[in-house]
Design a protein around this ligand. Structure first.
Ligand SMILES: [Mg+2]
Length: 193
């Protein structure tokens, strides 16, 4: 299968959103490997740790533009971008990130891109909660969220999970790039995993 485009999620793929968010909310001990549940539900993790139940909107109200702009890049952030350039030209790679309902998030994500991404990516981003709208044959999405990947594949795209505690690729935590490269190679060669 010819890979036509590669779309890369930001949160928990290129930046440590979950870890930084939990630390921002006072849970300094949380590290990726100790995430206590097998779902993507950060609100439930926060409730388990503190007894406080927030709705998504209430939770994300605590995060302003500056926070979104300064999330730590993941250790493999730049190597992942470089890996993608081995499969498609740079004009065929874009970020695809879902903002919260808070406008500060949108603005802060743009700041983050300008601070952390190579210049050629500064105008190559898509911000949408509906990632499957970008799916079609030969288009790859690299994302940590199982629901996003499933929806993307239902619309004929190809989803690759970034290994995280909350998805099925968790055994490959610590070997992230090796795992992604293997998936990309297999998709290119066989059109499947
Ligand atoms: Mg994500």
């Amino acid at each position: 299968m010819t890979i036509r485009k590669i779309l890369i999620d930001m949160d928990d793929v290129l930046c440590d959103c979950t870890g930084d968010a939990l630390r921002h909310m006072g849970l300094h001990g949380w590290v990726r490997e100790s995430y206590p549940i097998e779902t993507r539900d950060i609100y439930e993790v926060y409730r388990l740790a503190t007894g406080v139940q927030y709705s998504p909107a209430q939770f994300w109200e605590h995060f302003k533009r500056e926070w979104w702009a300064n999330i730590q890049p993941t250790p493999w952030c730049h190597d992942l971008i470089n890996l993608c350039t081995e499969y498609v030209s740079t004009d065929r790679i874009a970020l695809l990130t879902s903002p919260t309902k808070c406008g500060d998030c949108l603005a802060g994500k743009l700041d983050w891109i300008e601070t952390n991404m190579p210049k050629w990516m500064h105008r190559q981003y898509l911000m949408s909660p509906r990632k499957a709208f970008c799916a079609s044959e030969g288009v790859v999405l690299i994302d940590d969220c199982t629901e996003n990947l499933e929806a993307f594949e239902q619309d004929d795209g190809f989803g690759i999970a970034m290994p995280q505690m909350w998805n099925d690729a968790r055994p490959f935590i610590g070997k992230e790039l090796e795992y992604l490269k293997n998936k990309l190679d297999n998709f290119q060669r066989w059109g499947s995993i």
